[in-house]
Design a binder for this molecule. Sequence first.
Ligand SMILES: Cc1cc2nc3c(=O)[nH]c(=O)nc-3n(C[C@H](O)[C@H](O)[C@H](O)COP(=O)(O)OP(=O)(O)OC[C@H]3O[C@@H](n4cnc5c(N)ncnc54)[C@H](O)[C@@H]3O)c2cc1C
Length: 384
Amino acid sequence: MVLSAQDPSSASGRHDAIVIGGGLVGAAIACGLAEQGLDTLLLDEGDVAHRASRGNFGLIWVQSKGLGAPHYQRWSRRSAAEWPALAAALTARTGLDTALEQPGGLHLCLSEEEFAARAARMERMRAEAGNFGFEYRMLSRAEVAEKLPGIGPAVAGASWTPYDGHAGALTLLRALHAAFRDLGGTYRPNAAVAGLDAAPHDFRVTAGGATMRAPRLVLAAGLGNAVLAPMVGLAAPVRPERGQILVTERTQRILPMPTVNVRQTAEGSLLIGESKEDAGFDSTTQIPSVMRDMAKRAVLGMPWIAELNIVRAWSALRVMSADGLPIYDQSERFPGAFTANCHSGVTLAAAHARMLAPMIVAGALAPELLPFSADRFGDVRTAA
Ligand SMILES: Cc1cc2nc3c(=O)[nH]c(=O)nc-3n(C[C@H](O)[C@H](O)[C@H](O)COP(=O)(O)OP(=O)(O)OC[C@H]3O[C@@H](n4cnc5c(N)ncnc54)[C@H](O)[C@@H]3O)c2cc1C
């Protein structure tokens, strides 16, 4: 490969770490690395890229995570528990308020069948949690009515856990970037990776017309990781899954806690979502039937929502693995290289900044993250 001009952001072109991908995952990790004192460079492709981080729902959601995979439940819970410290640190450093609220969350069941299936699922999760525990309650219709205003006749009940919450996802992304820069990190937008040379603890990345070098490399490029990971002897088998979101006009503060498909932002809008569609890399929103179904479910749960005007809709592509769990890996061929992918970048932001980043600084993933290796999908490295 022909190396281009030296990195203008560093006299030597060298950094302690390079993170590829400036979405929620990359920004959280980069922030954590900078906090640990590493001279960190964060590269991002720019507006042409698919960016889940700019189109998500903003839930810090734990109660549905990890059926059959209690390590994922533990990781999500630990992240939710770290969130207040992350939010406080971001506000202290940047003045930005991520509007974090963790009052618990509800999953409304719109029939007795849904309620029974949900109850069975939650009980299985409790059983799988073992000593770690899993606090939940199945609430009767009357108990849900005490927590939420104006529920519809279809509501049979709900599951509730104390772990759930929500935050302003765009403010979070902005705050992570601001904190990263304040910590001395270097952010280079419009810098799609054009070349990557790997040797153990020595990575040279060409992007945005310059070449940068570091002994640590973190691939956090969302869907872009599928192409990048094989360059460092890893695999990131992720695919896009489209999600659409409807936004209502602002209204008085009315929802005391989020449900899995309706939440009220700090500004007063209700977000209604979120669909799960296999649409390849198509992120358009011109699917009226999907929007109708999302709105219908929201209105069945809380009929008063029908009085609000929808003012906006968008869609974005989730970064999904085959089993829906995150992928964290470290390269055996090229020590110093790591991958990070997940479909819950808001929920896991605190884990990424405060738990994963220190592991990367130390040079190895902790045992609790080893089950998240892409090796669980078979011999994907060879296939890649
Ligand atoms: C509709 C929807 C609702 C969601 N709701 C929630 C929710 O309620 N709670 C929750 O926790 N999560 C939610 N998510 C998921 C969350 O948004 C994602 O987990 C998270 O945004 C993933 O972040 P990321 O940084 O991995 O990917 P992205 O945001 O896609 O960022 C990847 C970045 O990598 C860059 N990049 C790609 N390739 C290259 C390259 N070759 N060189 C340089 N840069 C590159 C891109 O420019 C991009 O900025 C939702 C997602 C969607 C779509």
